[in-house]
Design a protein around this ligand. Structure first.
Ligand code: PLZ
Length: 465
């Protein structure tokens, strides 16, 4: 066991391979201690004495450096990052161009508040997002700080535009932790426990979840759409302001909707003058192999919410959409002290440059899907616990069920995740029934490291099967 001096000490590390210019940590898994190691355990005790228990923790390990596909902890272990801080560090956690952009802007100024005096970075980010969002129509973008804030503002804008009050969301949806977005979020524990009452005027429709559709996957899209339209009829079409949905559901279980479902939602919302809002907070910004996940569906939503990977870890979110909708809110109706913070905007411009450079990173996302399917698809069997491998690009998941059934198996999922953690692979779980193992590696992870991580996962699964 190797005791490291502490989190503030700069430990020089193995040299980066010459060709990988951004890499400062050797891209290799290293497990020197038990995980968590002694120093992490010590720091975790300090945390417990100071931070409320309400902040959950996947893996109580403290990090001192992150780079490429590696997270290095304070005990000198190098863990493989299959989480990207929940789909945030897609270009890597210390991309040189992003770091340089943040430093350069910090030298100039850290804040003016865009509602007080202006700076060019803000509209520059908006211009880029206006070009990225699908559709040839004129667009506007409003910047905020968190994903939840973007969703809340999308709802405010849709209400303002339609003059209607009601909002439709879907089963398994996750939209945030603020009170309104918590009302929109489906899963009860741990998110909603003890926090009721939730805001009214939120209605829930089924999401076309192929694996669990009661009458069979082939009926998921048509029956879910019929239920959606019936719900609109029950509420009254002239009362529904917005339908908000994730093009691939994230926290709910990495659910890729049945073919035709998104297109159907588009058609129905158009028919009733309902604003369609795509929540791309988790799936967006290159994660799925396209800039936005909705592009896989060929659908043009009215509003698109982005956050997470947009600014490579700096807090920034956006609502992008049809100019006629976005311009309805009067001056002063939108904002926030930190909305579109200059450091975050500088980071976002650097991230967007990286994501738009020759399709390299988007192609990486698609390659990551190929590798994951190649390594993990063979685990799907009637006798095993892996019911399905699904997802798009670098947003992939395994649904864990009791063998030969579609019954969610949360304890086994937890056991697999723990086994991966012990071997130095940071995986996350998700799903309404906590039975989905999700993989969100940074897009810059090297093949060899990814494969090492996937083999650890495969072994962990074989260990419980
Ligand atoms: N919409 C689709 O995935 C955030 C939540 C982590 P914020 N998902 C990670 C946690 O347990 O708090 C998310 C999302 C989708 C909205 C959000 C909310 O984004 O930036 O966390 O507010």
């Amino acid at each position: 066991m190797k005791q490291q001096p502490g989190p503030t000490t700069e430990a020089p590390e193995a040299q980066a391979p010459a060709e990988a210019s951004s890499t400062t940590l050797e891209q290799k898994r290293v497990v020197n201690t038990e995980i968590p190691g002694p120093r992490s355990r010590e720091l975790h005790e300090h945390r417990k004495a100071n931070v409320p228990n309400g902040f959950g923790i996947t893996l109580p390990v403290f990090m001192e450096a992150a780079d490429g596909g590696i997270l290095r902890d304070v005990d000198g272990n190098q863990l493989i990052d299959m989480a990207s801080g929940i789909a945030v560090t897609s270009v890597g956690a210390n991309h040189p161009a992003v770091v340089a952009a943040i430093k350069a802007q910090a030298d100039k100024f850290t804040h003016t508040c865009f509602m007080v005096t202006e700076y060019e970075l803000f509209p520059k980010v908006c211009e880029r997002l206006n070009a990225i969002a699908p559709g040839e129509h004129e667009k506007r973008t409003a910047l905020f700080t968190t994903g939840a804030e973007a969703i809340e503002n999308a709802v405010k804008i849709a209400r303002s535009f339609t003059g209607r009050s009601e909002v439709i969301v879907f089963d398994h949806a996750y939209h945030g932790r603020t009170l309104f977005t918590l009302g929109m979020t489906a899963k009860e524990a741990p998110y909603k426990t003890g926090f009721a009452p939730f805001p009214e005027h939120i209605h829930r429709a089924p999401y076309a979840y192929p694996l669990h559709w009661r009458t069979g996957a082939e009926n998921a899209a048509s029956e879910a759409l019929a239920a959606f339209e019936a719900l609109i009829q029950r509420i009254g079409p002239d009362k529904v302001a917005a339908a908000v949905l994730e093009p691939i559901q994230g926290e709910g279980g990495f659910i890729v909707p049945a073919d035709g479902f998104m297109a159907g939602v588009r058609e129905i919302t158009k028919k009733y003058g309902i604003v369609m809002v795509a929540d791309e907070v988790q799936a967006g910004m290159g994660r799925t192999g396209k800039m936005l996940a909705i592009e896989h569906e060929g659908v043009i939503p009215d509003l698109v919410c982005t956050a997470k990977a947009l600014a490579g870890g700096m807090p920034l979110s956006a609502v992008t959409g049809r100019a006629d909708i976005m311009e309805v809110v009067g001056a002063g109706g939108l904002g926030g002290t930190y909305a579109g913070n200059p450091l975050a905007c500088a980071a976002a411009l650097a991230v967007l440059d990286e994501l738009e450079k020759d399709d390299t990173l988007l192609a990486r996302a698609r390659r990551i899907e190929e590798i994951i399917r190649q390594e993990l698809q063979p685990l799907v069997s009637q006798q095993g616990v892996v019911a399905e491998v699904r997802g798009r690009g670098a947003m992939m998941a395994l649904e864990i069920c009791h063998p030969g059934t579609n019954e969610p198996d949360a304890p086994t999922t937890k056991e697999i995740a723990s086994a991966c953690h012990a071997q130095g692979v940071v995986v996350l779980t998700c799903g309404t029934h906590s039975n989905v193992l999700r993989l969100l590696p940074p897009l810059v992870i090297e093949d060899e490291l990814l494969i090492d991580g996937l083999r650890v996962i495969a072994e962990a699964i074989q260990g419980v099967s």
